[in-house]
Design a protein around this ligand. Structure first.
Ligand SMILES: [Zn+2]
Length: 338
């Protein structure tokens, strides 16, 4: 079954501010990755429609979205030190939030095995009532909430180099959604502690692996194989959403992790085994070195389409961070004893 690929030309019009790393050229880099991987004809291109007010309201209160839309309409400006909007940013944000919903409709109709949303602005730092860290609406959370509301059990795995503080916060007490993140620690946004596990009925459905600088793919793989997959398999998701940020690449200018394009392809392949075909969706989050972003998206899409025939970089190994997996395993064991 084909891979569905959702993007929209209006994503280029989101004005993130002069000299900003989260820039329109990132989506051109993704397209170059598709071309380099020889996948131009293999992907089924989908043009998303904007998320409805009701779909967005599952996550963001109307007071926030109305104020944000009006701020954009008035010309925009800085919402915080590193989050800027322009005249067209609200439209781009609603299309980014709608991309996941459109791909869910297509996957439900049996049109593909997996969907990839090449969107901007990204989403995983956005809180219910606050834009943050280049993010306006939490795209993955809007999709997860729609799925949860129809009775699905949704696993969100976030391999962006930064912790998805917005996503964790939104589902912190929601037992229908499991949020798992692997991220650099310490760095922005300062959340994502290893002992964050959720509250109430949702205890155990948050899982963080905060890795030190220079952590390599072998340690990420061990985290997935030994900690994340067993925890998620036990929890039993019916859908998998991946916050696919590629700023953990060793060349990324914003972070200090040691991942390669091959690592991202391998992680995606393993995680895909959690749920049957037709229930998997990836959302572009970060990734700020254009060549690295191109290599990573090309190799991840290749892993989904043709068993990873395009692999511009091999997997990495030899970095630190193994102790994080050991500590996380102890925390999971203590949860099982409760
Ligand atoms: Zn990031």
């Amino acid at each position: 079954m084909p891979v569905l690929y959702a993007t929209h030309e209006r994503f280029m019009d989101h004005d993130s501010g002069t000299g900003h790393p989260e820039r329109p050229a990132r989506l051109k880099a993704v397209e170059r990755g598709i071309h380099a991987a020889g996948l131009r004809d293999a992907l089924v291109r989908v043009v998303p429609v904007a998320a409805s007010a009701g779909d967005i309201a599952r996550i963001h209160p109307e007071a926030y979205t109305k104020a944000l839309a009006e701020y954009c309409r008035a010309g925009g400006g800085y919402l915080d030190g590193d989050t800027h909007v322009g005249l067209h940013s609200w439209e781009a944000a609603t299309l980014a939030a709608g991309a996941g919903l459109e791909l869910i409709r297509r996957l439900d109709a049996g049109e593909g095995s997996v969907g990839f949303c090449a969107v901007r602005p990204p989403g995983h730092h956005a809180l219910a009532s606050r834009a943050m860290g280049f993010c306006l609406l939490n795209n993955v959370a809007v999709a997860a909430a729609a799925l949860a509301d129809r009775g699905e059990r949704v696993a969100i795995v976030d391999y962006d180099a930064h912790h998805g503080n917005g996503t964790q916060d939104l589902f912190w007490s929601d037992p229908r959604v499991f949020y798992a993140s692997m991220h650099e620690w310490p760095t922005y946004p300062g959340t994502g502690r290893i002992d964050d596990v959720g509250v109430g009925d949702a205890v155990g459905s948050t899982l963080n692996l905060p890795f030190p600088a220079r952590t390599t793919g072998d340690v990420y793989r061990a985290g997935v194989d030994d900690v994340l997959m067993p925890a998620l398999q036990k929890w039993g998701p019916t859908w998998l959403l991946i916050s696919a940020g590629f700023d953990g690449h060793h060349r990324d200018p914003l972070t200090d992790l040691g991942l390669t394009a091959g690592d991202y392809a391998d992680l995606t392949t393993v995680l895909s085994g959690l749920v049957p075909a037709g229930r998997r969706l990836l959302f572009l989050e970060g990734g700020y070195d254009l060549e690295a972003l191109s290599h990573c998206t090309g190799s991840v899409l290749s892993a989904l389409v043709d068993d990873g025939a395009y692999r511009p970089e091999t997997a990495s190994s030899g970095g630190p961070g193994g102790e994080v997996n050991a500590a996380a395993l102890k925390i999971r064991a203590s949860l099982a004893d409760r």
